[in-house]
Design a protein around this ligand. Structure first.
Ligand SMILES: [Zn+2]
Length: 225
C-alpha cells in the first residue's frame, strides 16, 4: 500500500516539561510502534551483560560520564533496526545535536519531525510553580494547587521546591536546550520536515494535533481525500 515500508519513523522535539515524553508515548501506543529514547536504550544495554557494548556503557554511566556521541549514534542506529521497529518508532531525546540529526538521516528515513512549542515564559511558570513533599507527591501552585501552599494534601508533609525547579536552574536548562535544539529545528525546517505543534494547550489537544497531522498525511499517501 505504501511505497515507504516504514511509514511511522518519527521524532519529537521540545523543551523540558513540554510533555514531549508523554506525547511520544501516546503516539507510540496509538500506532503500535515502540517508544524509543536514548535513556531507555542506554539503561537496557547497561543491564544486558550479553551486549558487546554493555561494559563500556556501564563504565560511562556508573562514573557519571557522558556517553560519547558516536557510541550513542551507533546504539540508536542498532535499536531502530530492531524487529519491533519494522513499521517505525517514536523517538524523543534524540537527535540532540545537528551532527546527530545528520547522522540520523544516514541511518533512517524519518517521516515526521514534531516540535512541541512552548515559550520559555510558560516553561519557567510550569517548573517554578512545582512543589513536592518528601514522599514524592507533586503539586503545582497554579495548575493543581494544594489547599495550603506549604503542606501536602495527600500526606501532610511540608512542601518544598526541588533544586531542578528553581528559576536559575530552569533558565540554565533552557539555555542548554536552545543551544542544542535550535539548530536541529532549523535543519528540519529547511528540509520542509518540521511540523510545529502548539504545546501550550491541554495534553489531549496536543496529542490530537499530532495524530491529526499524521492521519492527514497517511490519507494523502494512500490517495484517500
Ligand atoms: Zn505528600
Amino acid at each position: 500500500m505504501f511505497k515507504n515500508e516504514k511509514p511511522f519513523e518519527l521524532i519529537v522535539l521540545g523543551p523540558p516539561v513540554s510533555g514531549k515524553g508523554t506525547q511520544t508515548e501516546l503516539v507510540a501506543k496509538t500506532f503500535s510502534i515502540p517508544h524509543i529514547s536514548t535513556g531507555v536504550i542506554l539503561h537496557a544495554i547497561k543491564s544486558d551483560t550479553s551486549h558487546p557494548m554493555s561494559a563500556e556503557v556501564r563504565d560511562y554511566m556508573d562514573n557519571g560520564k557522558l556517553v560519547p556521541t558516536e557510541l550513542v549514534n551507533k546504539l540508536v542506529a542498532e535499536r531502530i533496526k530492531g524487529e519491533d521497529c519494522k513499521f517505525g518508532y517514536a523517538m524523543d531525546g534524540f537527535p540532540r545535536t545537528l551532527e546527530q540529526a545528520q547522522f540520523l538521516d544516514s541511518a533512517a528515513d524519518i517521516d515526521y519531525v514534531f516540535l512541541i512549542k512552548v515559550t520559555d515564559e510558560i516553561i519557567i511558570e510550569r517548573m517554578s510553580g512545582r512543589r513536592v513533599c518528601k514522599n514524592g507527591h507533586t503539586w503545582h501552585l497554579k495548575y493543581s494547587p494544594p489547599k495550603n501552599p506549604t503542606i501536602c494534601d495527600t500526606c501532610g508533609e511540608p512542601l518544598f521546591q526541588r533544586d531542578d525547579d528553581k528559576p536559575e536552574t530552569v533558565q540554565s536548562r533552557l539555555d542548554i536546550y536552545h543551544r542544542e535544539t535550535d539548530s536541529i529545528v532549523e535543519y528540519y525546517r529547511s528540509k520542509g520536515m518540521l511540523k510545529e505543534i502548539d504545546g501550550e494547550q491541554h495534553i489531549e489537544e496536543v496529542y490530537y494535533q499530532i495524530v491529526r497531522q499524521m492521519v492527514d498525511d497517511l490519507r494523502s499517501k494512500v490517495g484517500w481525500k
